[in-house]
Design a binder for this molecule. Structure first.
Ligand SMILES: O=C(O)[C@H](CS(=O)(=O)O)OP(=O)(O)O
Ligand SMILES: [Mg+2]
Length: 247
């Protein structure tokens, strides 16, 4: 498997398979939203689009990063979201890095969004797809974010079947600038448990795939093959099969 690690600005053409990584905090939050029952997450292009979608669908849950803001229901915090019942709800998410990265590769045939909480499920899905080439989008800090790069490199290693020890990758993420800023209160809309929740390895059994649905980029959980064959893994719980379509 040929792997590339690129920042958002380095994406010059649509990759075939993209894994968009945002550990702190967009895709940890997305995974928690699904764990709390959300049906789907619409990745908004802008704050204005998120608010327009919310206005059109008052039952949707609008979420942004940074501090709480008028019109939005909640913020980009796994610690806050984990006590929110999202059963059957649609979430609209707009963040600085993660959602921007996913939208930057919306023409790819497969777009997975990931953090450590869904690392193994993501790697297993890539293994099952037997992809020749995978582009990892390192969303934070112009492709330099230590937590995103560490997670991307860990998933890449696991996707090639390497018996990789996660400890060193998690240590790099724990020592990242993002972790320090979240812990020190420099970033806003933060729960004290956010960093720890973002560093939980394989907390969830599902991967997350984004596809274009009526011009909106929509993220959903998906089941992954079991370790021994290509059959759906019953432990994966709710979720769609692996998306196979190409655009
Ligand atoms: O919510 C986050 O941690 C960041 C935004 S910021 O760096 O705090 O401004 O967003 P994300 O897109 O999840 O990296
Ligand atoms: Mg981030």
């Amino acid at each position: 498997m040929d792997t590339r690690f690129l920042g958002i600005a380095e994406l010059v053409e649509a990759p075939s398979v993209a894994v968009v990584v945002d550990v702190m905090r967009a895709f940890t939050v997305a995974a928690w939203a699904f764990a709390q029952g959300a049906e789907k997450i619409v990745l908004a292009e802008s704050l204005d689009e998120a608010l327009a979608l919310k206005a059109r669908h008052p039952d949707w849950v609008a979420l942004k990063d940074g501090p709480p803001a008028p019109g939005f229901d909640t913020v980009n915090s796994p610690g806050l979201l984990r006590s929110t019942d999202l059963g059957g709800r649609t979430v609209v998410q707009k963040t600085t890095a993660g959602t921007v990265g996913a939208l930057a590769v919306k023409e790819a045939s497969l777009v997975l969004c990931a953090g450590f909480v869904v690392a193994e499920a993501t790697a297993r899905l890539l293994r099952a797809r037997k992809s020749d080439s995978v582009t990892f989008v390192v969303t934070g800090e112009d492709g330099q974010a230590a937590e995103d790069l560490a997670c991307a490199q860990y998933i890449a290693a696991r996707a090639t079947g390497a018996g990789t020890d996660a400890a060193e990758f998690l240590r790099r993420a724990a020592e990242s600038r993002a972790a320090a800023e979240l812990a020190d209160g420099i970033r806003q809309g933060v729960h004290p448990d956010d960093v720890a929740l973002c560093l939980e390895l394989d907390r969830f059994p599902f991967a997350m795939a984004a596809t274009l649905e009526s011009s909106l980029m929509v993220l959903r959980p998906c089941t992954v093959p079991s370790l021994t064959d290509d059959a759906p893994d019953p432990s994966a719980g709710e979720g769609r099969p692996i998306p196979t379509g190409s655009r």
